[in-house]
Write a protein that binds this ligand. Structure first.
Ligand code: BV8
Length: 245
């Protein structure tokens, strides 16, 4: 393996170390955030072109917004769902799905609600913040049709407000999914965190729980950089392609 290394990555680069750890690891868990989907054309939240630079999350991504400012809430999520229809997973999503297929990684815990990991073929995906593709009634909790939500209709069972099945600020994360992700991270001997500012609780507590090696792949620095064994600065899709070659 070492001589393969010296050929592929002459200098002892960060990519070399990441690639070695990935191939040596017995149980790797990947944790992704919005930075995993920006190369698909989906804005993230907190970098310079992020959603929260244009709109206050308290006004659209909270239960209060859903209950008291439904028009703005609905407009925000309708716009994001429609934006998704024009985008698809990029090469990086497909590489992670291949790595699961050939046993290089065990699972992906994601904060993303776009469903791109599953669309690219990943099977073991823990959607910690839910899915924007699924719609439910806020009142009776029954699933509803996405088109009904996009057309601004109410729940056809009880007339309640329809909403995407995402975790809004102040809402609990799905308990079963959270526990699965937590156990996977606790078992992992390698945790690879990709494209997240690690600002949102409780997901931002996960990297510190890992007893294994931790790698952070991110375009910008985060306030947890120094906690990682390795920080690879750059774009997720590009880095995953370079390591995959
Ligand atoms: C909860 C809705 C228990 C879904 C979102 C005060 C202090 C601490 C915590 C709190 C506090 N007040 C309130 C809280 C709790 C709150 C929280 O953490 N607030 C923070 C922001 C202060 N958390 C909650 O409310 C959570 N629930 O705690 O429940 C509870 C329950 C009841 C009562 C009390 C407690 C719920 C959290 C879920 C929030 N939902 N959105 C949606 O519409 O999507 S938040 C939003 O942030 C998204 O969900 C997103 O998933 C999440 C995380 O963002 P990131 O993925 O990290 O994206 P970000 O833009 O931040 O970073 C992207 C990074 O990628 C950047 O660094 C960028 O440089 C990089 N990048 C970009 N492109 C690339 C790249 N890197 C590589 N390659 C690229 N190409």
């Amino acid at each position: 393996l070492q001589e393969w290394f010296d050929v592929c990555f002459p200098e002892d680069s960060d990519l070399a170390r990441f690639s070695l750890w990935l191939r040596q690891s017995k149980f790797t868990v990947v944790l992704t955030g919005a930075g995993m989907s920006t190369e698909s054309g989906i804005p993230d939240f907190r970098s310079k072109d992020g959603w929260w630079r244009q709109i206050d999350p308290q006004k659209v991504a909270t239960v209060n917004a859903l209950e008291n400012h439904y028009d703005l809430f609905h407009q925000f999520y309708q716009f994001r769902i429609r934006g998704l229809e024009k985008c698809q997973p990029h090469r990086g999503h497909y590489i992670l799905a291949e790595w699961e297929e050939n046993g290089l990684i065990h699972s992906i815990a994601t904060q993303n609600v776009d469903g791109f990991h599953q669309q690219a073929g990943s099977k073991q995906v823990y959607e910690l913040h839910g899915s924007i593709r699924k719609i439910r009634c806020q009142n009776c909790e029954l699933p509803a049709d996405a088109d009904a939500f996009l057309e601004g209709k109410g729940c056809n069972t009880c007339g309640g407000k329809l909403r995407p099945d995402v975790v809004l600020f102040g809402e609990m994360l799905p308990q079963y999914t959270w526990n699965n992700a937590l156990h996977a991270i606790q078992k992992a001997d390698l945790v690879v965190v990709i494209g997240t500012s690690l600002q949102v609780y409780p997901v931002n507590q996960l990297p510190a729980i890992s007893k294994g090696k931790t790698v952070l792949i991110n375009a910008e620095s985060t306030d947890q950089d120094q906690m990682f064994d390795l920080v690879v600065r750059g774009k997720a899709g590009e880095i995953l392609q370079q390591v995959n070659e």
